[in-house]
Ligand binder design. Structure first.
Ligand SMILES: [Fe+2]
Ligand SMILES: [Fe+2]
Length: 333
């Protein structure tokens, strides 16, 4: 865990909240990811102040980071974001997901209240977050927590996921699913089965992420025809964690599709920035400058270009989903 001096915290606050008025968005993101790495109440307090901002992109990332930090001190602000019907649905969705990540049974009533929310992505997120909190308290969830992390999940993925990967069982203990064609085809079938609860489909999604082969990428990409924007944005997010060049063609199709929802295109842009292969840069530059593109798509391309440049520099590379956005060295870890 990183530590920070009072002066570091002041500098991070000024950068995140853009107190000077001229901090570029990608530098605000860098400050945010440094705060996320602190994982303490100071970070929660500073990040919580950012919800007054105008940028939905920034605010949804604040909520995401509060969930990943995992402290219950973030629950009041997350609940107020979820309950604020004037707030952008992408931000409200991320607040609900963060409540699922923190996994307090005390969040269940407010999440249940929003199962009838007018915004589909908020309703669906609440459904998944409730299932996650209930699963965390189930026998399988308890067994999972009692296992060594490397026994159930590849160590490369340090994120708290909205649903645990589908796991096999060996002598009652959770095991990663294997990468055989049969296993991938079963997971693909579950991923695409719209009759299954979203939580189960997400479990298959994260199992395919953990398998990580080109065949698993293909199975995930098949999910981009779904009619749930939430579901599709999570596939793009997972591609941003996997960093497989094999996913680039499907992500570019999503980014370039003007009829696709902003939330999905945003996540595709950031995944492309993280993957950082040469052919994606002109697309990111083009969409950042397109006056007809939604703000969240333009801003995502701006952040993605910063990620692309970072991945293509000789600095240390991070691999943690959008957590892969670069972190400044202002704070010692
Ligand atoms: Fe999200
Ligand atoms: Fe996002």
């Amino acid at each position: 865990m990183a530590t920070a001096s009072a002066a570091d915290l002041d500098a991070l606050t000024a950068a995140l909240l853009n107190t000077s008025g001229n901090v570029p968005l990608h530098n605000r993101f860098r400050a945010l990811f440094t705060l996320k790495a602190l994982k303490n109440d100071d970070a929660v307090r500073i990040i919580s102040e950012g919800f007054k901002d105008e940028s939905a992109l920034l605010k949804h990332e604040l909520a995401y980071c509060l969930g990943q930090i995992g402290l219950s001190s973030a629950l009041p602000v997350l609940q107020s974001v979820l309950e604020d019907k004037q707030e952008d649905p992408m931000v409200r969705h991320e607040a609900a997901e963060a409540m699922g990540a923190i996994s307090s049974a005390g969040s269940l009533p407010v999440l249940r209240e929003h199962l009838n929310d007018p915004e589909r992505s908020v309703r669906e997120t609440c459904e998944i977050a409730i299932a996650k909190i209930e699963w965390d308290n189930s026998e399988e969830g308890r067994n999972h927590r009692a296992s060594k992390p490397e026994d159930v999940e590849p160590v490369v993925y340090t994120s708290v996921d909205p649903a645990p990967a589908t796991s096999g069982l060996l002598k009652g203990k959770p095991q990663p699913t294997d990468a055989s064609p049969e296993s991938i085809s079963t997971l693909r079938a579950n991923l695409l089965d719209t009759q299954l609860p979203l939580f189960e489909r997400y479990r298959a999604m994260f199992a395919l992420r953990n398998i990580g082969t080109p065949a698993a990428v293909d199975a995930l990409a098949d999910g981009f025809v779904d009619d749930s924007a939430l579901f599709k944005h999570e596939i793009a997010f997972v591609f941003g964690q996997m960093l497989s060049p094999h996913s680039v063609p499907s992500l570019l199709r999503v980014l370039e599709d003007g009829s696709e929802s902003d939330m999905v295109r945003h996540e595709a842009a950031e995944a492309l920035g993280g993957i950082g292969t040469p052919e994606v840069l002109p697309h990111l530059k083009a969409w950042m400058a397109r006056p007809d593109a939604p703000r969240v798509v333009r801003e995502s391309c701006q952040v993605a270009i910063d990620m692309w440049e970072y991945e293509n520099s000789d600095q240390f590379q991070y691999a943690d989903g959008l957590g892969s956005a670069p972190t400044p060295s202002a704070v010692a870890s």
